[in-house]
Design a protein around this ligand. Structure first.
Ligand code: PAF
Length: 288
């Protein structure tokens, strides 16, 4: 496994791989503090691609002024062990000044999709994500890029960007990984106190309840699903709901009619939520 810090070295390494191989390049962009969810993306990349590139970069552009950029958990040594175990070939770990040597005057902004959910709660967040991911795609030039569906809106935004800008990469969405108790894996889970962690289980429980409800009823509305999920989350005293939304996926358009199993409903839909426990904002979702 090779660890690369500079853009020039990364480009040279990818060029040399391309010259000597006709296998695909798989890319897993991350902000580090890798957990089993990231490992599952790396394993998928290892299975599908000839060269597996992992990037670790806590991207300042996607954090708001009062968000946790400085505190975001970092542990490069541990990340390298996870990467090595997953069979990664190249780890790209640029410094902020390598990615942004001068202030940026270019911004990649995906409209529409980003006006809801986390885009509404975190203004500018998806511009930061789209901008850094497009920079990384230009540097790595991957054939496939692997993203976790815990950030389902991010997957939709990146897929839109890739379509709109004809970026020649296949976006591969990968399932959410959960702890045995149901909590969706996230680097931010380390912030949770014992009590908060216990109460945060209402998130996955509420989605399970919604799933059971969908399976038990032949027709239901997005409002009913939203109420059911909201009510269960509100039973946790420490939960502060940012949003619970039921929208078409991946368009993230509101669902106008009731959803019925018998009608051939063309789109799948997402139940997406963001909830704060103390200072920690967690997201989770279910796509049906
Ligand atoms: O999902 C993340 O970790 C980040 O948003 C990403 C895609 C690496 C961009 O910084």
């Amino acid at each position: 496994m090779e660890v690369i810090y500079s853009i020039n070295d990364l480009r040279a390494r990818i060029r040399s791989y391309r010259r000597n191989n006709d296998q695909s390049v798989g890319f897993v962009p991350t902000m580090g503090f890798l957990h089993e969810g990231h490992a599952s993306l790396l394993n998928e990349a290892r299975q599908q691609s000839g060269l597996v590139v992992l990037s670790i970069f806590v991207n300042p552009l996607q954090f708001g002024p009062n968000e946790d950029f400085e505190q975001y958990p970092r542990n490069t040594e541990q990340d390298l062990q996870v990467a090595e175990a997953a069979g990664v070939d190249i780890v790209f770990i640029p410094e902020v000044k390598e990615m942004y040597p001068v202030p940026m005057h270019t911004n990649v902004s995906v409209t529409g999709l980003t006006s809801r959910l986390c885009g509404a709660s975190r203004p500018g967040h998806f511009d930061g994500v789209a901008t850094v991911v497009s920079k990384l795609f230009h540097l790595v030039q991957p054939d496939q890029a692997f993203f976790g569906l815990k950030d389902a809106q991010q997957v939709a935004v990146i897929q839109q960007m890739v379509n709109d800008l004809n970026i020649p990469v296949e976006i591969i969405p990968c399932p959410i990984l959960r702890e045995p108790n149901g909590l969706a894996m996230s680097s931010r889970n380390v912030y949770l106190s014992v009590d908060e962690r216990k109460q945060a289980l209402v998130l996955s429980q509420s989605l399970e309840k919604a799933k059971d409800f969908v399976q038990a009823n032949s027709s239901y509305t997005s409002v009913e699903l939203k109420e059911l999920v909201t009510e269960h989350i509100a039973s946790a005293p420490l939960a502060e709901i940012d949003y619970v939304e039921v929208l078409a996926y991946p368009t993230l358009e509101p669902l106008e009619n009731s959803i019925s199993r018998s009608s051939d409903h063309p789109t799948s839909f997402i139940i997406a939520l963001a909830v704060k426990f103390g200072k920690t904002r967690l997201i989770d979702n279910l796509i049906l």
